[in-house]
Design a protein around this ligand. Structure first.
Ligand SMILES: Nc1ncnc2c1ncn2[C@@H]1O[C@H](COP(=O)(O)OP(=O)(O)OP(=O)(O)O)[C@@H](O)[C@H]1O
Length: 211
């Protein structure tokens, strides 16, 4: 899968563009980075690509997945996963049930669903922790679990909005390495919003600076 943005910008309610038009091509397994000053529109651009733009904004341009134009599709039909800074988990569900919630519908049957969740927990270094209340996880554990939940939905592309910035500096490096390697090996394109130059360097893909 590849993700292409063609002449994409977002118009404010007064019709002015938030930022100049963007052209970006992200090949499979590549992590592109989106940087720029606070308030320039990075999160809004991710919302536009994922189909979550709030009603007072309007997107211009096209979003293509493997050449297929998904611009007019609602978010749930775009096959684009998202991960935010705060790894939100349902508090009334166990960690395993939180991950199962993200599972792609083609994984049918209790045994197959359990196996997929167990494999995801193992990959995230959370073996045997499926019964835990997500509130009892560390920030790093929750971030790894949230990434696996996003990927269990088998997205065709993934958008990450400052996924490491809530983590303490010691954990940050480790979680970033895990997340980038996991996304690369999944073979899907990713777009990462970050303020941190080191994140862009680690991601290694094209960098777009919004201004
Ligand atoms: N729902 C909304 N309604 C009106 N204006 C909004 C809304 N969401 C964001 N904005 C405005 O749109 C602009 C872009 O916001 P956005 O959150 O995309 O910036 P950002 O580059 O991601 O910032 P940061 O780095 O601080 O997260 C800002 O001026 C913001 O105040």
């Amino acid at each position: 899968m590849s993700l292409d943005l063609t002449r994409v910008t977002v118009l404010r309610p007064d019709g002015a563009a938030l930022f100049p038009q963007i052209d970006l091509s992200i090949p499979p397994g590549t992590i592109a980075t989106l940087t720029g000053a606070s308030g320039v529109g990075k999160s809004t651009l991710l919302d536009a690509v994922g189909g979550h733009l709030s009603a007072n904004f309007r997107m211009q341009g096209r979003v293509l997945l493997d050449g297929r134009d998904v611009t007019e599709l609602p978010a749930e039909r775009r096959c684009i996963g998202v991960m935010f800074q705060q790894a939100v988990m349902f508090p009334h569900l166990s960690l395993a049930d939180n991950l199962a919630f993200g599972l792609h519908p083609s994984v049918r049957g209790r045994a197959a669903r359990q196996a997929a969740v167990t494999e995801a927990l193992d990959m995230a270094g959370l073996t045997g922790m499926g019964a835990r209340d997500p509130a009892t996880l560390s920030g790093g554990q929750r971030a790894r679990a949230a990434l696996m939940r996003t990927l269990l939905a088998r997205p065709c592309a993934v958008l990450l909005d400052e996924p490491f910035s809530a983590l303490d500096p010691e954990r940050r490096h480790e979680i970033r390495a895990f997340a980038l390697a996991t996304i690369r090996s999944s073979g899907i394109p990713a777009l990462l919003v970050t303020h941190d130059r080191a994140d862009a360097d680690a991601a290694g893909g094209p960098v777009v600076a919004l201004s």
